[in-house]
Design a protein around this ligand. Structure first.
Ligand SMILES: Cc1cc2nc3c(=O)[nH]c(=O)nc-3n(C[C@H](O)[C@H](O)[C@H](O)COP(=O)(O)O)c2cc1C
Length: 297
């Protein structure tokens, strides 16, 4: 979703929030933070980076970056955007939504922006409904219906607090998140951009006897990486960000990807076995039915 205010009031500070959200959870947090900032007199423009290009940051006084955790890291679509930024002469804040283990998702964003000279004036994180195909297909969904009202209220309060953090010269940024454990670091290594965009993307397979050419995979891809000519089967380009939404949403289960390879199974099985043993993690059992996630308890 893109929200832009065309009313420019010269006496107002302007904030640009750039986020990536596929399932809508990060978007809900972005909108609440924006509300909080507005109560403190900011004029805020919010952009979901998957929906198109983002304006240059030159006309803004504050930058916000938001992302879900993807494989214990920040999604490529966000890290690529951060790489495209030159020197950052304005303060920034960041926020991350995550389904189980945040890993280095927030750390990566903050380190990249610090490196560009940005002043860190706030970091917010909360759980969001898990939409990772690898777990859903194994019958587990974490934090269903999150963020909850409490998280949204906190996000709004966070937005309100940013102005005073900027004004406070002694403001100390939040600590970085704990580094992910070894097994998660291995998982992250195997899902890094180079492997995905040079290698794994070639292995999306469409079962031609199941595919009805409905185009749901084309519409569900956040980077418009799937094309389908009239009466053709879907074709996959190399701008894949490994969200596996095409495979998740396919009503005929006609798409198979590297997520179905045996080498990834031990990681997925390890995580899915571990989740129910940690009482603090909210989870429900689910099944995939024609591309829809259904709760079974
Ligand atoms: C491909 C993929 C990888 C994910 N990896 C992680 C992860 O490493 N750690 C985690 O806690 N959640 C992970 N998640 C869960 C998302 O962070 C969570 O579902 C988030 O709420 C999605 O945000 P969105 O609704 O704004 O797209 C992953 C989800 C997807 C789709």
């Amino acid at each position: 979703m893109r929200k832009q205010s065309y009313l420019v009031k010269l006496d107002m500070s302007r904030c640009l929030i750039v986020y990536y959200s596929l399932g809508g959870t990060t978007e809900r947090i972005a909108n609440k933070i924006s509300e909080g900032l507005e109560t403190k007199g900011y004029e805020v423009d919010t952009y979901n980076i998957k929906d198109g290009s983002v304006p240059p940051i030159d006309n803004y006084d504050l930058l916000g970056i938001g992302a879900p955790a993807y494989f214990f890291a920040s999604p490529f679509i966000i890290t690529d955007y951060l790489k495209s930024l030159q020197k950052l002469n304005i303060p920034y804040f960041s926020f991350v939504v995550y389904g189980v283990i945040i890993g280095d998702a927030g750390n990566q964003i903050r380190k990249k922006l610090n490196k560009r000279g940005g002043k860190d004036v706030g970091y917010y994180k909360c759980n969001g409904e898990g939409n990772f195909f690898g777990y859903i297909k194994r019958g587990v969904q974490t934090y269903p219906s999150h963020p909850e009202d409490e998280d949204l209220e906190e996000a709004k309060n966070f937005g309100e607090s940013i102005k005073s953090n900027i004004d406070d010269e002694g403001y100390k940024p939040e600590d970085f998140d704990e580094k992910p454990g070894l097994i998660y670091r291995i998982e992250r290594f195997t899902t890094q951009k180079w492997f995905v965009q040079k290698f794994y993307y070639r292995f999306f397979k469409v079962n031609k006897s199941k595919c009805t050419k409905c185009g749901i995979c084309v519409d569900s891809c956040p980077t418009k990486n799937i094309s389908m000519e009239t009466n053709e089967f879907p074709k996959f380009g190399n701008n894949c960000i490994s969200c596996f939404n095409c495979e998740l949403k396919c009503p005929e289960e006609a798409i198979k990807s590297c997520m179905d390879w045996k080498i990834f199974s031990p990681f997925m099985a390890y995580n899915v076995r571990k989740i129910p043993k940690i009482p603090s993690i909210e989870m429900v059992k689910v099944k995939l039915n024609k591309g829809k996630i259904e709760r079974i308890e």
